[in-house]
Design a protein around this ligand. Structure first.
Ligand SMILES: [Zn+2]
Length: 142
């Protein structure tokens, strides 16, 4: 028998699959509080953005610093053992993210990437989200 309850197990599995992670839930509840309407994990869009605001044509990714290679971030430090394995794997993620971003933008979407290390500063995050969603500023330049 599973040592975890069904709820706990599905919570763990959802974390493993990279969906509905805690930082993502923080962003979602913040958006909700701010009164924005959004959709989740639109599979028909490149990269399956975590959060999509179809009316505004804006997409938000919540990226884990390690897996998506947050540049200059302490959390994205690569393991020193098995180096070639990790750099191949992580470089592939980074490349895929770039391809998806370009694809989304060419479809007319504005894209914002939030890094999990940024999600601790809720005040800053809120300002960031509002300026991305309300203004015409490209999320990438923020
Ligand atoms: Zn980071």
């Amino acid at each position: 028998m599973d040592v975890f309850s069904r709820e706990k197990r599905s919570e763990i599995m959802s974390r493993v699959s990279g969906k509905n992670t805690r930082p993502e839930l923080v962003v979602r509840s913040l958006l909700h509080q701010l009164g924005f309407r959004f959709r989740l994990h639109r599979a028909d869009l490149p990269g399956k953005p975590d959060i999509v605001l179809p009316g505004r044509k804006k997409a938000i990714f919540v990226h884990g610093c390690f897996w998506h290679g947050h540049q200059g971030c302490a959390r994205s430090r690569r393991p020193s053992s098995n180096e070639s394995f990790w750099s191949a794997k992580l470089d592939k993620n980074i490349m895929r993210d770039k391809v998806n971003l370009v694809a989304l933008e060419s479809l007319g979407w504005r894209v914002k990437v939030l890094w999990t290390c940024e999600i601790r500063d809720l005040v800053g995050l809120q300002e960031d989200l509002i300026s991305f969603l309300e203004n015409k500023i490209d999320g990438r330049q923020l």
